[in-house]
Design a protein. Structure first.
Length: 289
């Protein structure tokens, strides 16, 4: 009887094949299964212990510590570390815990300290009265001044800070919307417009980026009325313009804010009242409108 190969159909001898037989593989030794679940849990527990230790060192009340998330804890720790670098032991910060609640309440706005690279170093506690956000909640937005400002003015603010850094002691001012709490936006219809006025100061000699800080006062452009307080007509002024921004009418309350009488402004250009450094930005906004 002739046997044919099932592969090539050629006649073969019994129990033979034209295909090479595969060598028998030795059974592989089974590897023991090691679970990483316990190791991951141990690492998480260790991280939690370290975060709890950092949280306990923060100079805030016990109630505030209990409400801190991991993100808020690390944000506050970074803020404190940047402050310690600029204000080492023996050099008290110009606006730190020494300013009590009573003194802060007398300010027209809140205090802000930035490092040379625009990182937040200090924010006074009365920021909650202006923006409706506590220091912890504000830090959740980010760790630079650009994270708490309206992004549309970021480039202009960056130029102003560079100018102030090149000429320490020179005062610069910029106006921008700052992020606020949801409750504030619902009550007032949007974010808060704030004027930031400050300058770079050398904290130690010789001056360097690591030893200079931008000290600023952030003042609301329009004060929000408190509960039960009516809005006075003197708190704002309204004006009407031609397309080239020439005044054609303005309310009498302009005298309270600018010192001009209505008759003095009618017929004049709005640009004549602007600071030269703000003219380019104002012109860009004018063209956009």
């Amino acid at each position: 009887m002739t046997i044919f190969c099932s592969h090539c159909h050629r006649p073969l001898q019994a129990e033979m094949s034209c295909l090479p037989r595969r060598a028998k593989q030795a059974p592989s030794a089974s590897r023991p299964f090691r679970s990483t679940k316990s190791a991951s849990k141990a690492r998480r527990d260790q991280i939690n212990v370290e975060l709890q230790a950092l949280r306990s060192l923060l100079p805030i009340s016990a109630e505030e510590k209990e409400r801190l998330s991991y993100l808020h804890t690390m944000a506050l720790v970074c803020l404190r570390l940047r402050g310690a670098q600029l204000f080492p032991p023996g050099l008290a910060p110009p606006a730190g815990p020494a300013l009590g609640t009573e003194l802060l309440s007398l300010l027209p706005g809140f205090l802000l300290v930035l490092s040379a690279d625009s990182k937040l170093v200090y924010i006074s506690e009365n920021v909650a009265q202006v923006l409706g956000l506590s220091v912890v909640e504000l830090l959740a937005q980010g760790d630079t001044v650009f994270d708490i400002l309206d992004g549309r003015v970021g480039e202009d603010v960056h130029k102003k800070l560079l100018l102030a850094q090149e000429e320490p002691g020179r005062e610069v001012t910029f106006v921008s919307e700052m992020r606020t709490s949801k409750a504030f936006r619902l009550q007032h219809g949007g974010n808060r417009v704030v004027a930031v006025c400050g300058r770079f100061v050398a904290l130690r000699w010789p001056p360097s980026p690591s030893t200079t800080a931008f000290l600023a006062l952030c003042t609301p452009v329009v004060q929000s009325p408190t509960d039960g307080e009516a809005v006075s007509q003197d708190d704002i002024f309204q004006s009407m313009h031609l397309l080239d921004m020439t005044f054609i009418d303005v309310t009498e309350s302009v005298t309270y804010h600018l010192g001009y009488h209505r008759e003095e402004l009618v017929g004049q250009s709005w640009y004549s009242l602007l600071h030269p450094e703000d003219a380019d930005l104002a012109a860009a906004q004018h063209r956009a409108v």
